[in-house]
Design a binder for this molecule. Structure first.
Ligand SMILES: C[S@@+](CC[C@H](N)C(=O)[O-])C[C@H]1O[C@@H](n2cnc3c(N)ncnc32)[C@H](O)[C@@H]1O
Length: 386
């Protein structure tokens, strides 16, 4: 992480036409708002062993990192302070090559559209099955979800080598991804050998909510296909079927597929039982319309807002909110306040800042991703701060 250690120094001068827009002061650190190429982010200034450490604020990091490195170097010059240490120029600018297979969640939120049928594979691991599906179904789009980055890199490499055109890969938790897909757009959802999480069952991919989401995104007669070698996971998953009695379900044992992953081969050699549980979608599902937005329709007063903020986490059934800290902004912003808040789903909460300027509030660096959990959390934030 790029950072500079400076001798203690006074606040840098802020000017409305410069790159530094304001300084916000909290109980333990300061946030300095930088704007480069019309993109805003924060630097953190914190006292370390009697000196001033200036680094990037991790919740507002953006790419290219070079923008943030320029900001740190400019800060150093503007501070007129003695530099005790800096690694800013020695940190290599890792430029990620344009990757046609690897997408981030914003792509699925804002851009992804297709008339083709979609197959989704959850936790593709080595990717043997994912690549096989792509090759044997060239008319379909195969979306691979995986949270383990080395597995993703391995599959991207293979997709490039094999010139595959119909794979999209995303580093995202499968339990949260399906809500970004349209209803009735998917032919199959594969969940092959999910991690059993015997000691932390709340981390399991399969749940009533996950199966419901699968039934929504699947076309009529489309299937959710679980394959597992774990007796516990098999038992747990079949117990969930109690909630889906009206659906056609099939349970098979020791079926051979066209391809075998290394993981599966190991269990086969040990002659373990392998179960397949298939659930078939039966209805046309309605499109989910997330109508709400992330705006703050009121005018706020800084002191009143501060009195309303409690740093105790708020835990609801489907989401959480944690106001972490408040920062008073200097006179360059009228009635300015910066509030750090973490909120959204338990599995993937997001950390953002709320920025109050002239009585108006907005999410610093733009709105969060439109998910049910984020929208529900936003509604509660509105109520609390009203
Ligand atoms: C036991 S491996 C199975 C890999 C592959 N499906 C196979 O059959 O060989 C489970 C994989 O699921 C991934 N995984 C676990 N939880 C996940 C989640 N919530 N979302 C996406 N992938 C997940 C893990 O990183 C791991 O690669």
């Amino acid at each position: 992480m790029p950072h500079i250690l400076l001798k203690p120094h006074n606040n840098i001068t802020i000017s409305s036409d410069g790159n530094f827009r304001f300084i916000a002061t909290g109980n333990h650190d300061q946030k300095i708002c930088a704007v480069y190429d019309n993109r805003e982010f924060l630097l953190t200034k914190v006292v370390k062993n009697g000196n001033d450490l200036v680094k990037l604020d991790s919740a507002t990091r953006l790419t290219p990192v070079s923008l943030m490195k320029t900001a740190l170097n400019d800060y150093e010059k503007t501070s007129n302070s003695e530099v005790l240490f800096s690694n800013v120029n020695s940190i290599y600018n890792k430029v990620k090559p344009e990757e046609k297979y690897l997408k981030d969640i914003n792509y699925f939120v804002k851009e992804f559209q297709t008339d083709k049928e979609i197959y989704v594979e959850v936790g593709f691991g080595s990717g043997v099955h994912l690549l096989h599906q792509a090759k044997t179904n060239p008319d379909k789009i195969i979306i691979g979800l995986e949270i383990h980055y080395p597995s993703i890199e391995q599959v991207l490499k293979q997709a490039r080598i094999q010139n595959i055109e119909n794979i999209l890969v995303i580093n995202y938790d499968a339990r949260l991804f399906l809500e970004f897909l349209k209803s009735n757009s998917v032919g199959k959802v594969f969940v092959h050998f999910p991690v059993p999480w015997d000691k932390k069952p709340h981390r399991r991919v399969m749940s009533v909510e996950f199966i419901e989401e699968c039934m929504r995104v699947l076309k009529v007669d489309g299937t959710l296909e679980l394959r597992t070698d774990s007796p516990n996971y098999f038992e747990y998953s079949t117990s969930l079927l109690e909630h889906f009695k009206e659906y056609h379900c099939e349970i098979l044992t020791n079926q051979d597929l066209d391809v075998t992953s290394k993981y599966e081969a190991r269990w086969k050699r040990q002659e373990k039982t392998i179960w397949d549980v298939k659930i078939k979608a039966k209805d046309i599902s309605e499109e989910v319309d997330l109508e709400d937005d992330f705006s703050f329709p009121y005018l706020y007063d800084r002191e009143t807002l501060k009195s309303k903020i409690d740093t105790k986490a708020i835990i609801k059934d489907d989401y959480m909110i944690h106001f972490e800290s408040c920062y008073d902004i200097d006179d360059s912003v009228t009635n300015g306040l910066l509030i750090k808040v973490t909120f959204g789903s338990f599995n993937r909460p997001v950390s953002k800042y709320l920025l109050l300027e002239n009585g108006n509030m907005r999410y610093f660096q733009g709105e969060p991703i439109r998910t049910k959990a984020n929208l529900a959390a936003h509604k509660t934030i509105l109520e609390i701060l009203k």
